[in-house]
Ligand binder design. Structure first.
Ligand code: CTP
Length: 380
């Protein structure tokens, strides 16, 4: 029985990146041998085991062949006679198909090291097409490794296009697509994920509203807003909302429900869609805008959800900078400052004066408006 470290851990170590997850492939073994050594079997379709102490994943070497439609329907063959090369050949990209034995010797039958050096994401064989998830994975790797200068090989982009045109992307579960999307949104160049999906015609199947929106924009403004947001915040909800805020509320709702986008992201996106224009208009606020500012705080439920309001300001900032890079967006700090100051106006003094019931809320609102008006008078 031989054990090799495979996949992402080998790739990332060669790139000098930190390695978090270690996956191993086991060649020349029966499941019973691993069970006897205390490994715990997980997964029903093919034999994957967890190490008794490290809990790292150990998979028996296997081959896979597509038998049906979509993401399911694989015929999997495993056994002690499957070689390391055979196991590596079923994988998606050359840079993901390298293995290292316990002595540190590297096995690279498909040119992974050359492609790492050339900064190329390249498929191994036409078997790439057997798994439509790979389109989304490659787009995600393109985003993740964009800062290192990686690009998708033309021949791989061609296969991604073939998969997209075959309608196979519609067989992916929303959970899997969102999982990859969320990882992509966390990258420093998240817009590359959507650019790659756009380039292979896959965006229409996965995020049709976004594909239609980008088609109406001259310079992919929404992708620029996403990039700007990534410079301003690590928050995934913020980045997602910056990307979709030029969609109307009905389309945001449809997209989020189909793709099972978390509620927090959806709510922020809806607020950003509704309020970004008003926020842009508050660049040099005047006394006449006091009501608008208070309505903004009220209607976005910011008193109860201050963190979300902070994120809303960030989305608007990103959207602004997508049109006017490097120009300041003073209303972000100004509105946040006023908001935190107005938060300190609360019920206590009114209750002490004998105000009760719904009149308390009205009194707070009036006091906050009066305070805002006095600040705006000073500004003018
Ligand atoms: N649809 C898929 C999923 C996975 N793999 C292979 O399985 C390995 C492990 O997959 P996974 O852990 O999902 O990805 P990593 O490459 O380890 O990347 P990450 O760092 O994002 O986990 C990959 O390297 C790749 O060889 C594949 O070929 N096709």
């Amino acid at each position: 029985m031989e054990i090799y470290l495979v996949g992402g851990a080998v790739r990332d170590a060669l790139l000098g990146l930190p390695v978090y997850d270690k996956d191993y492939v086991v060649v020349g073994a029966h499941p019973e041998q691993l069970l006897a050594l205390g490994y715990q079997q997980v997964g029903n379709d093919f034999p994957v085991f967890l190490h008794p102490t490290t809990k790292a994943e150990y998979a028996l070497a296997r081959t896979e062949r597509k038998a049906g439609q979509g993401y399911t329907g694989f015929i999997c063959d495993f056994g002690p006679d499957i070689t390391l090369e055979e196991d590596l050949s079923r994988r998606d990209l050359t840079i993901n198909a390298m293995a290292q034995d316990e002595a540190g010797h590297l096995y690279d039958p498909y040119g992974g090291q050359i492609d790492l050096q050339a900064r190329t994401l390249r498929h191994i064989s036409d078997a790439f097409c057997e798994d439509p998830l790979r389109v989304v994975r490659v787009a995600r790797f393109a985003a993740r490794f964009a800062p290192l200068g990686f690009n998708i090989a033309n021949s791989t982009l061609e296969l991604m296009r073939r998969i997209a045109h075959s309608q196979e992307l519609t067989t992916l579960t929303p959970e899997r697509v969102w999982q990859e999307t969320e990882k992509a949104l966390a990258c420093t160049e998240p817009q590359v994920f959507f650019e790659a999906l756009l380039a292979c015609d896959g965006l229409t199947a996965l995020f049709p509203e976004l594909a239609n929106l980008l088609a109406t924009q001259e310079k992919n403004h929404s992708l620029a807003a996403l990039w700007q947001c990534a410079q301003l915040s690590e928050d995934i909800a913020c980045r997602f909302a910056s990307l979709v805020l030029h969609l109307d509320e009905a389309r945001i709702t449809t997209l989020c429900e189909r793709n099972k986008v978390p509620t927090e992201h959806k709510q922020l996106a809806l607020l950003a869609s509704r309020w970004h224009g008003a926020l842009h208009a508050l660049r040099e606020p005047t006394l006449a805008q006091a009501d608008t500012i208070l309505a903004l705080f009220q209607e976005t439920d910011s008193w109860r959800r201050p963190t979300r309001f902070e994120k809303l300001l960030c989305c608007a900032h990103a959207d602004w900078q997508a049109s006017a890079p490097s120009t300041p967006y003073p209303q972000r700090a100004q509105l946040w400052h006023w908001f935190t100051q107005l938060q300190t106006i609360n019920a206590a003094p009114f209750v002490a004066q004998g105000v009760s019931g719904s009149a308390i809320g009205e009194a707070i609102k009036h006091a906050r408006l009066a305070q805002l008006q006095s600040w705006l008078t000073e500004e003018e």
